[in-house]
Design a protein around this ligand. Structure first.
Ligand code: NAD
Length: 358
């Protein structure tokens, strides 16, 4: 019996979480779910979108699976997802993206691993609001120390990238490559422009790479990387990126394999692991039983591997692959047109997978 924290999330989160929970239970592995709500409704009821009970539950169980949680745009509370990663020091966001036969996409045989740094960079949440005393101090400091002028009506976000944070994420990428018989690690940056943050990321990546002579290492500038991934994705293998580029490139790579409905992920630290799909809460589809639960189910496959249930993970992955290949019990996003009347519902997908697991 595995004790796992289950955070259903909001928007489409509860629907895809329920479908995922049913499928994981149907594998025959037994779970004791500690269901912990977080997000906007919890904020209204409990005064915090991420109450301490959620963190305590993950600390106790060490493993969690979560649905997406909405972050208000521009104003309102800060991202629960980012807070979870920072509080539990889940420094690595691992997002494997591989082609499934039958998925509608322009590409074949994609097999890429995104390793995104998860705690630093512009995602650190270090910001100064326009006209605040903090913003004024930073503007003055920049003028005094660099002689550069920032307009006084500016909002300011700070981009910290440390040696410590970079070393551990790049090491993770190389260790992952070694453990999984991968040949190459590509570090992505914009070191030509941001010499002290991305420049540091590149320099530390090169240093770490020296410890792994068995694995090829190269680097790419982020803009070039985006173009190369669209034109020649087969040239890449494990890709390690600072937080913001990792966020953007994860969605790009999801697009190569047929969309966000198929892109799973894991937030990993030395002590805790939180599995969640790459996609967000898609609020416009909330409650419609319409969206694709496979990205969350595939995050469940990653969780099964993590807890050591490797053969069950492989079995669930191949059953999901069969359902995709057959093309009958798949949601609207995997159909040629999004209003296809034959599209399956979220719960239909779970039923089809469960039927094959029996
Ligand atoms: P999104 O990923 O929620 O949705 C973008 C579009 O992708 C949707 O409109 C839909 O067309 C499609 N899509 C997403 N998931 C799908 C699925 N499972 N099946 C079928 N189609 C799917 O991105 P967004 O609209 O930019 O963000 C919505 C909210 O989610 C925001 O508040 C954002 O902050 C939040 N978010 C949360 C997480 C997380 O919880 N880790 C991640 C990303 C975004």
């Amino acid at each position: 019996m595995y004790k796992v924290t289950l955070i259903p999330g909001d928007g489409i989160g509860p629907e895809i979480s329920e479908a995922t929970k049913r499928v994981l239970e149907a594998t025959g592995i037994s779970f004791q779910w500690d269901i912990q709500n977080a997000g906007e409704d919890v904020y209204k009821e409990e005064g915090s979108p991420l109450p301490n009970r959620v963190i305590e539950s993950i600390k106790k169980n060490k493993v969690a699976i979560k649905g997406p949680i909405t972050t208000p745009v521009g104003t309102g509370f800060r991202s629960v997802n980012v807070a979870l990663r920072q509080t539990l020091d889940l420094y690595c966001c691992l997002r494997p993206c591989k082609s499934y036969q039958g998925a509608r996409t322009r590409y074949e045989n994609i097999d890429l691993i995104i390793v995104r740094e998860n705690t630093e960079d512009l995602y650190a949440g270090i910001e100064y609001q326009k006209n605040s005393s903090g913003a004024k101090s930073v503007i003055k400091l920049v003028e005094d120390t660099l002689g550069k002028k920032i307009r006084e009506d500016s909002g300011i976000s700070i981009k910290p990238i440390s040696v410590y944070g970079t070393e551990r994420i790049v090491r993770f990428a190389f260790e992952y490559a070694r453990r999984n018989q991968r040949c190459k690690v590509t570090a992505v940056h914009k070191a030509n422009i941001m010499k002290y943050s991305d420049g540091l990321f590149l320099e530390v990546s090169r240093e770490v790479a020296k410890n792994y002579p068995d694995i090829e290492f190269e680097d790419r500038i982020i803009d070039n990387m985006c173009m190369q991934l669209v034109q020649k994705p087969e040239l890449y293998d494990v890709i390690v990126l600072p937080n913001l580029y990792g966020d953007i490139v994860s969605d790009l790579v999801a697009g190569l394999i047929g969309g966000l409905g198929l892109a799973p992920g894991a937030n990993l630290g030395d002590e805790f692991a939180v599995f969640e799909p790459t996609h967000g809460s898609a609020p416009k589809y909330k409650g419609l039983n319409k969206t694709n639960p496979m990205a969350m189910m595939l995050s469940g496959v990653m969780m099964l591997r993590h807890i050591g249930e490797v053969s069950t993970a492989e079995r669930l992955d191949s059953v999901i692959a069969e359902v995709i290949k057959e093309g009958k019990s798949v949601t609207y996003d995997m159909k040629p047109v999004s209003d296809d009347p034959t599209a399956a519902t979220t719960s239909d997908v779970a039923d089809a997978i469960i039927a094959r697991l029996r």
